[in-house]
Design a protein around this ligand. Structure first.
Ligand code: ARG
Length: 596
């Protein structure tokens, strides 16, 4: 099910649907509610009979059967649809096949013209428009002092791509929100342990605390085993919450150290986030719960204050039995803030699928309160984007060799290290500068980690394997990077100034593989639209992979570029391919490399 409707004038599919709509109105004037159904044809065992097909004839016949229609069967309806088509420069020919499908062959002249326009206008003109002005993506959102694990890495990678996709549509405001877990009872034990370890507050700094995860573990062990410490930890939470200066300072220090750690991951991945941690909403929780109470949503349940929502057998715990707040209390306050202060119209949360119920109940409570429209499809709306687990090659939850928590920085560095090692094995890099080798290893290594995650449907679990993701054959970022670099090298070898040829060069698509490449390129807008409306980056990955395959295995294998009679047209086709490839890379957060 699509999450939103986009305005996407560059979609070939939508343009064809408009043409067919005209025909449908003439063919069955009384059936006003028939909507044109046009789809790109899928290749059957590598062969395509047409570019697109219109599938309305069968449905229409089923509707009008029995009425005085004069049609003998769906194929006859198909014939009429073809006959009633208005003149269109998009279409070369149409034919009716099988039970009434209308097969559509696009005009190659029209395809070529669209590509020429792309070269001149740039790809921004192919972006759809969002139906809203302010969008927020809540992603990454690790927990201070606890851990930033591969689940957060998935959230960071998927969330960043969704944010990039939304950005491409140029909304007025896009917020990339890091809902940091910077509050909670864990700070009690951390602070107590900190005070024990460093009686002089001046002494605690990054280097002194060192590994925050080890520090967390040590304090947890004490919390679980030393009753006296546990009591002090509880007391520390109270003193922190009441705003006592030294406690606040200690809390800030811990947060700062953690944030610096997270930043290292973001910096490697080229991800930008705006942090507003859970602590930001502390003061907002009581008044927000008050409003819900006035609306009659809050009730007592075994000492806790809870909200029941339809379809869930457990309630949302808004206030715990001990009077404290929790994850849900904060999300209630932060969602209220986003809707009312930040005026967010589309609020997207990217977390593992395990949190589905938490968000489902949250959104239902807001609907019950009348704070979100009853109809889920109306704006303002909230969407939970879930993803599956990361598995190791043993099929179990992913863990690194030695420790049970994963150091994401080390993981990313490992990808880079492996890329660098395989680069250095090659003769081609002899004349490269150290800087170029570093940059290339980063682009390929980090890109590979991202792509391996993004190419899988996010709802499924995925297996983390360096060997697989760094393979230069198959559906990997490394393979895509090689293809991109190869096209760049073709351009260099031609010795031509592409900006010059662009001005009045013409694209001709006479060879079937030129045409196949051209067709795939102009399908970018509709694939992007599908990928964004369903919030599924894997759809875009599949498109990019197919583009690369068509270029490499068809076009480049069968159509000589440099030195051929068609050189100008083919160079333009290469350039159009580069534009679309780079746009895909950019949306996926991958930095393209220009030689490899
Ligand atoms: N910190 C949470 C976690 O690690 C994710 C937060 C997601 N965002 C939110 N608004 N609840 O699971």
């Amino acid at each position: 099910m699509a999450h939103i409707e986009l305005d996407c004038p560059a979609s070939v599919k939508k343009q064809l649907a408009k043409v067919f709509e005209v025909s449908l109105r003439t063919t069955v004037p009384d059936e006003r509610d028939v909507v044109p159904s046009v789809d790109a044809c899928a290749a059957k065992s590598g062969v395509k009979f047409a570019d697109y097909q219109c599938n309305n004839a069968m449905g229409i016949f089923a509707k009008i059967k029995g009425k005085q229609s004069g049609f003998r069967g769906p194929p006859a309806v198909g014939q009429a649809i073809v006959k009633n088509l208005p003149q269109s420069e998009m279409i070369e020919s149409c034919s009716v096949a099988g039970p009434g499908f209308v097969n559509i062959v696009l005009s190659k002249k029209w395809i070529a013209e669209r590509l020429e326009r792309l070269l001149i206008d740039g790809i921004d003109n192919w972006a759809p428009r969002l139906p809203v002005k302010t969008v927020l993506v809540d992603f990454s959102s690790p927990n201070v002092a606890k851990e930033m694990h591969v689940g957060h890495l998935r959230s960071t990678i998927i969330g960043d791509t969704l944010a990039r996709m939304l950005e491409f549509c140029r909304p007025e405001t896009l917020i990339r929100r890091n809902h940091l877990g910077d509050w909670g009872t864990q700070f009690g034990m951390l602070i107590a342990h900190l005070f024990d370890t460093f009686p002089n507050p001046e002494d605690f700094n990054e280097t002194a605390i060192g590994d925050l995860q080890a520090f967390y573990k040590a304090s947890k062990v004490r919390f679980d085993n030393e009753p006296e410490f546990k009591q002090r930890a509880h007391l520390s939470v109270v003193r922190l919450q009441s705003g006592e200066e030294v406690y606040r300072k200690a809390w800030e220090r811990i947060c700062d150290i953690s944030k610096a750690e997270f930043e290292k991951v973001y910096q490697r991945l080229g991800v930008v986030l705006e942090a507003k941690g859970e602590s930001y909403y502390n003061d907002l929780i009581p008044p927000t719960l008050d409003k819900l109470d006035k609306l009659g949503l809050i009730q007592e349940d075994d000492g806790a204050r809870v909200i029941f929502v339809e379809g869930a057998n457990i309630p949302i715990i808004a206030v715990k039995r001990d009077g404290g707040y929790n994850y849900s209390s904060t999300d209630i306050a932060s969602l209220w803030y986003r809707l009312n202060v930040e005026k967010v119209e589309w609020n997207i949360y990217v977390t593992d699928v395990g949190q589905w119920q938490h968000f489902d109940m949250l959104f239902k409570a807001f609907r019950r309160a009348g704070w979100l429209p009853k109809d889920e499809n109306e704006f303002p709306k909230c969407t939970h984007v879930g993803f599956g687990l990361v598995l190791g090659e043993d099929g179990k939850r992913f863990r690194t060799r030695s420790s049970d928590t994963i150091r994401l920085v080390e993981l990313l560095d490992e990808a880079k290290k492996r890329c660098k090692a395989s680069l250095l094995e090659r003769d081609a890099v002899k004349d490269w500068t150290d800087d170029e080798i570093e940059k290339t290893a980063e682009a390929v290594g980090y890109g590979a980690v991202k792509y391996a995650d993004l190419r899988i449907n996010r709802l499924t679990n995925y297996t983390f394997s360096f060997d697989q993701m760094l393979n230069d054959k198959g559906n990997t970022a490394v393979y895509l990077q090689y293809a991109h670099a190869r096209i760049c090298s073709i351009m260099r070898k031609s010795g031509k100034d592409i900006e010059e040829i662009k001005k009045n060069g013409k694209i001709v698509l006479d060879h079937e593989d030129e045409r196949a490449l051209g067709l795939h390129l102009i399908q970018f807008p509709e694939v992007f639209e599908e990928s964004l409306t369903n919030l599924l980056p894997n759809v875009l990955c599949e498109y990019l992979y197919n583009l690369t395959e068509i270029f490499t295995k068809k076009f480049y294998t069968n159509c000589q570029v440099v030195g051929s009679a068609e050189e100008t047209s083919r160079l333009l086709l290469c350039e159009a391919t580069l534009i679309v490839m780079r746009q895909c890379f950019d949306l996926l957060g991958i930095v393209p490399v220009y030689r490899l």
